[in-house]
Design a protein around this ligand. Structure first.
Ligand SMILES: [Zn+2]
Length: 261
């Protein structure tokens, strides 16, 4: 019986994380739509991009509204892009992953906020090639504030992560003149501030591995040329997420294979 009482709340918590994540995914779509257009994103109701009709509460329920409305606007029947549904489902999955790896903790809340910001920036970078300061600068402040919650060590760890995250890209930009942009540095600043210095190193390694893998796939299967600019933001967002959830295990595994074999 004890097994049931331990398992049921855990499953309920993961389902709750998924549901919260789908709402966050809906919010991410709002951010990714409005911020590049310099629209108000906190206040102001959502409108259908096709007919401009103000959306009601029923239109804003994630996943459900898409399925219920069969992917069309209730007012003008314009097709709603499937990307909204995918963003909601992916965010739900990522949030369930956070709940699974970090449990019910301040860390889970922190990484949830980081994931929302990282996904929004990743989508905006992918679509426009720009990393919006309007997200990454307040995001960095939030990351540092979370660090300060655990005292001076946390504050220094967060500041160190921000410096490592931004510094590597600043160095690459200054040495190579091209390839990386300052947007990558500001995104690194924000992600590093959330992760702290140790996980920031893991995040950078993962971002470059993911970026290189995606680059090879694009060249081999989609005939992209090596010099075609590819936004690095999505690889950084994914790298930061994996570092936040599995970074400590990855560090241990790396040190063990390095020293004990
Ligand atoms: Zn419409």
């Amino acid at each position: 019986m004890t097994g049931v009482w331990e398992t049921v709340p855990r499953i309920a918590y993961l389902i709750a994380c998924f549901v919260v994540g789908t709402f966050m995914g809906s919010f991410i779509s709002v951010l990714a739509y409005r911020i590049p257009r310099n629209e108000q994103w906190i206040r102001g109701h959502s409108h259908c991009p096709a007919c401009g009709h103000q959306l009601g509460a029923l239109d804003l329920v994630p996943v459900w509204s898409y399925v219920f409305l069969r992917g069309r606007c209730r007012y003008c029947s314009a097709r709603i892009g499937a990307r909204y549904l995918w963003t909601e489902l992916v965010a739900g999955g990522l949030f369930a992953g956070i709940g699974w790896a970090l449990g019910w903790s301040v860390d889970a809340l922190k990484i949830g906020i980081m994931t929302v910001l990282a996904l929004a920036v990743g989508i905006i970078d992918f679509e426009t090639g720009l990393v919006p300061d309007a997200l990454v600068l307040p995001g960095t402040a939030i990351g540092v504030a979370f660090g300060a919650l655990s005292g001076w060590r946390g504050l220094l760890g967060s500041a160190g992560g921000a410096i490592i995250g931004a510094g590597l890209f600043a160095l690459i930009i200054l040495l190579s003149r091209g390839g990386m942009g300052w947007g990558d540095a500001t995104l690194g600043l924000m992600l590093g501030s959330f992760l702290g210095w140790r996980l920031a190193i893991v995040f950078l390694v993962l971002a470059f591995v993911i970026g290189a893998a995606v680059g090879v796939i694009l060249m081999v299967f989609f005939k992209k040329k090596g010099k075609d600019a590819m936004p690095f933001g999505p690889a950084m967002a994914l790298g930061a997420y994996i570092a936040a959830l599995a970074g400590k295990n990855l560090i241990n595994w790396y040190l063990e294979t390095l020293f004990y074999r």
